[in-house]
Each structure stands twice: as C-alpha cells, then as structure tokens.
Design a protein around this ligand. Structure first.
Ligand code: AVJ
Length: 324
C-alpha cells in the first residue's frame, strides 16, 4: 500500500477541520471524516439497506451493461490504468474487472481511497477473487493520488468516480473538482462518473434515514471518532440524526442536532464547544443531479458526454466523458 500523505499530517488536518467546523456558524463537519474503521463498516451495511437504492441501482447498471461499458471506455486504447477514486469495497468495479481480465485486456487497477482500512480489506479480497489482477492501491486523497500518478504513468487513464461520491461536494466544489480532474487528463483519457438522479423526494429521504437506524449510527460515529481521536466528551445520545431533501436545489443534507444546550470539551485540543438546544451540525450533502446539469458540468470544463448508462427507472446514471 502506498500512502501519499502520512498519518500525522492527516490527523493534524482533521484537528484543524474539527475546530474550524465546530466554531463556525452554522456548525459543520466534513463527510470525508465518516470513514474510519467503524464508519467504513457502517457504510458497507448502508449499501445493503433496502432503502439505500444507490448502490443496488448502480450495480444493476454494471451487471446488465458490462460489455457495453467496457467497449466504450476502452475506445482505441490497448493498455490503460483504471483509477478508481473512492474505491471503497469496489463491488461494482469488480464486475468490470472480471470481464476485462476475461477479455485479456492489459490494464492496472488503481483503487484510491481515503480509508486505508477499506483499501486493505479490498486488496485482500481481490487477491483471492481475481489473482491475476494487477493492483496498485493508493491510500490518499483524490488529487494527491492523481498528482502522484500523472508523474509516474504514461498509459492512458480512465478515471472512475462512482457511487455518486461526487454528490458529496457542495455545488461550487462539484465544479471545482471536475475542473481540477480535467487538468490531469490528456487527449486519450476518459472519466466515468456515477450520478444519483433527482427523483421522488420521499424515496431519496428514506435512503438517508433508514428504519433500522444504520445511517443515524453512521452519522453518530463521527462524534465517537472525535471522542477517540481528541479525547472529547460528546455523548451521541444527546444528538439526533436529521436528514432533509430539497427538490429545488437537489441537495440531500444530513445533520446532527444537539437535543439540549450543552458544552463539549475536546481535551487533546484544549477546545470547548458550546451548543444551543437544537443547534445543528451539518455533516453531509448528497447532491442529486439532472441530466442537463451533468452535461453542463462537463461542458464547463472541457468534457463531452460520450455515453450515458442508466437503469429503467432512471434513478441513477453512469456517465462516460471524453476530453474535448
Ligand atoms: C458514499 C457519498 C455516495 O451520499 O449517498 C450514505 C454516503 N451517507 N448514507 C451518499 C452516505 C449516508 C454516500 N456516498
């Protein structure tokens, strides 16, 4: 495993972000910090929930259109690197990997994830499941990984960003991310992005507030993680998971609400945080897209839609972009 950023640096960044986020108004914490060991495990459980349609739908797209997808992403290339940003457990990508191996296509699989834990889990599984696969995992933030790769690699890249992970950025950041991603691409390279589409708000809201309470636990885990890493005294029982979808903006937002006035002390950082009763911490945005919005997003940074792969209900779209 390659770490492009050392752990100490990441912990310092986490500390800075926690203090900054909890002392701003409104309070916020970045959803990228959900994914410690426990958080990654909870997310794997979320993906299996009946209400969480995203993973199931994208998997269905991959399963039913595997050949077509491979054919489109390959284009003229004979050897390439498949860079999987936020690979997680790579259930969907695996369906393509298996087919690529069967077709004896020369490629290296480069899973990139912020969670070293998730990557280790993945690597172990891949070694037994697809022993002939060339894998090079990168435990890193997305652009650090692309930076590192661009310097080392000459083969064409196909950059995957699945699961509607792109929806986790704020509106401005979505554009910024796509623009930055475009800067790492050359003429032959492609991008394959999974977008969760706008649909009945009820369906969306339930996916982020499931009956079994797994998503709530995933949200509370952020407080547990801060307790562990900075010797803080959050009592997650004094917070409530709250999830709200806005069909005008397409933003699904999750919060932790402080159910009472309380003061929290982060001992390791010698920082006190005061909460008013029912004050919110914004912990996640999961943006839902429309197809025109996706096309516009590509156009604004010099990416053209090559093909859209979707499911019969149009819940989700995997979009292949080529460089203009
Ligand atoms: C992994 C970012 C796609 O926003 O749907 C699942 C994370 N949060 N349930 C999403 C998540 C709450 C997920 N992504």
């Amino acid at each position: 495993m390659t770490y492009t950023q050392d752990e100490k640096k990441q912990r310092n960044q986490f500390a800075t972000d926690v203090v900054k986020g909890l002392t701003s108004h409104p309070k916020k914490l970045s959803s990228k910090y959900f994914y410690d060991g426990t958080g990654s495990k909870l997310f794997r459980q979320i993906m299996d929930l009946p209400e969480y349609y995203l993973t199931r739908t994208e998997t269905e797209i991959f399963r039913t259109q595997c050949r077509e997808i491979i054919y489109s992403l390959l284009g003229q290339a004979t050897a390439f690197n498949l860079i999987d940003l936020g690979a997680g457990d790579a259930t969907k990508t695996r369906l393509l990997l298996r087919e690529l191996l069967q077709q004896k296509i020369d490629f290296t699989y480069v899973p990139v994830d912020i969670s070293a834990d998730a990557l280790e889990h993945l690597q172990t599984e891949l070694q037994t499941e697809l022993p002939h696969l060339q894998v090079r995992p990168l435990a890193s933030e997305y652009f650090a990984a692309l930076d590192w790769l661009t310097k080392k690699e000459t083969n064409p890249k196909v950059v995957f960003f699945l699961g509607s992970n792109i929806g986790n950025f704020e509106t401005k950041a979505i554009n910024h991310f796509t623009q930055k991603l475009r800067q790492y691409l050359q003429a032959q390279d492609k991008v394959f992005i999974g977008f969760d589409l706008q649909k009945d708000p009820h369906v969306i809201r339930q996916a982020y507030d499931d009956a079994a309470g797994i998503t709530a636990a995933f949200n509370y885990n952020l407080l547990h993680r801060i307790n562990q890493e900075f010797a803080a005294d959050f009592n997650p029982e004094y917070f409530k998971h709250f999830a709200e979808y806005n069909p005008v903006t397409g933003n699904m937002k999750s919060y932790l609400l402080s159910t009472r006035a309380q003061k929290i002390y982060l001992a390791d950082l010698d920082q006190e945080i005061a909460f008013q009763a029912w004050e919110a911490i914004h912990t996640e945005t999961s943006h839902k897209f429309t197809l025109p919005e996706i096309e516009q997003l590509g156009n604004s940074v010099g990416l053209k839609i090559n093909q859209v792969f979707t499911d019969p209900k149009h819940y989700f779209a995997d979009v292949l972009f080529e460089v203009i």
